[in-house]
Design a protein. Structure first.
Length: 307
């Protein structure tokens, strides 16, 4: 059973704050895109981050941050793509997760501030994130890839793209990933009644804008439709009160059928991106990520991803 924090406090806050308002209404979603294009939100890391050294470069127009643990030599790298519906900027929760992974797993974490809609599309962003992963592998050793929500879509689509280029990742970590941007799974209607955060009508607006000129079912947009054969290990977190959960289950079945090493964690009654929430379940999920990545590094020794 979910704790009181996860079952009542967090969903209650999301409902009172009307966090779903830009997802359940297509017109509001379009207005949200226009507003953020005119008045973009800040993206820099909070001053309260502790235990990491932070650097930033501008790489072909993108601000790209790196977080390095202040104590202990890093053993590898991680590239993290933040969520936010491809329209929302990186939030403090993303920065805290990135810093925690840098410190506890002893990783150099790369955080790209990728262009959001209406200025960025999947075709623009996925190859660039792939370049960052390959650069991290060259500079820091075994490099993981992770992302939440929209960033989970970016992460898995990038893993597929890298696989096609001959690069196998040591692990991809997906937190409540968006997997099929058409949102055509009929089970979504059932879950929608319980989800206090996401919605189909606005979600479709964001997904269509993000797809740009690519078909919505192109794996660079909707990785659920990609051939998963040959991917490295995947860790996937999902809660059942999240409209993205039905597609997570489809990915689970498809990955296992393709022989992918899948670490699938599904929690009943939990909301979208619950590993980022200030809850006992969120803390457990974050510890699981650290433990898993450390075990991968221990097993890999100094072996870098094959290119």
């Amino acid at each position: 059973m979910p704790t009181v924090m996860s079952r009542f406090v967090i969903p209650g806050f999301l409902r009172v704050a009307r966090r779903n308002r830009n997802y359940i209404d297509a017109e509001r979603a379009e207005a949200h895109i226009r507003e953020l294009a005119l008045r973009p939100l800040p993206y820099g890391p909070p001053r309260t981050l502790r235990g990491v050294d932070i650097a930033v470069v501008r790489d072909r127009g993108w601000p790209v941050y790196t977080l390095t643990p202040r104590t202990g030599k890093p053993r590898g790298g991680l590239v993290y793509a933040h969520g936010g519906g491809w329209v929302g900027e990186i939030a403090v929760q993303h920065w805290r997760l990135a810093a925690m992974l840098a410190i506890r797993a002893r990783l150099t974490v790369t955080v790209p501030i990728y262009p959001l809609i209406p200025f960025g599309t999947a075709a623009d962003v996925i190859p660039r994130v792939a370049d960052l992963v390959r650069t991290s592998a060259d500079e820091h050793g075994p490099t993981f890839l992770g992302g939440d929500s929209a960033g989970g879509q970016i992460a898995l689509s990038t893993a597929l793209h890298l696989r096609d280029l001959g690069t196998t990742l040591p692990r991809t970590v997906l937190i409540s990933p968006a997997l099929d941007l058409t949102l055509e799974n009929p089970e979504i209607d059932v879950v929608q009644q319980r989800d206090p955060w996401l919605g189909r009508d606005g979600g479709l607006v964001y997904g269509r804008r993000w797809s740009g000129e690519l078909p919505m079912k192109d794996p660079m947009v909707s990785p659920l439709f990609g051939d998963l054969t040959g991917l490295g290990p995947i860790t996937l977190f999902t809660g059942t009160d999240d409209i993205l959960n039905p597609d997570a289950r489809l990915l689970r079945d498809k990955a296992r059928a393709a022989g992918v090493d899948l670490d699938y964690i599904e929690k009943p009654g939990l909301v979208h991106v619950y590993p980022l929430t200030p809850s006992p379940e969120g803390a457990t999920a974050r510890r699981h990520i650290v433990t898993t990545l450390c075990a991968d590094l221990d097993g890999a020794q100094d072996v870098s991803p094959q290119r």
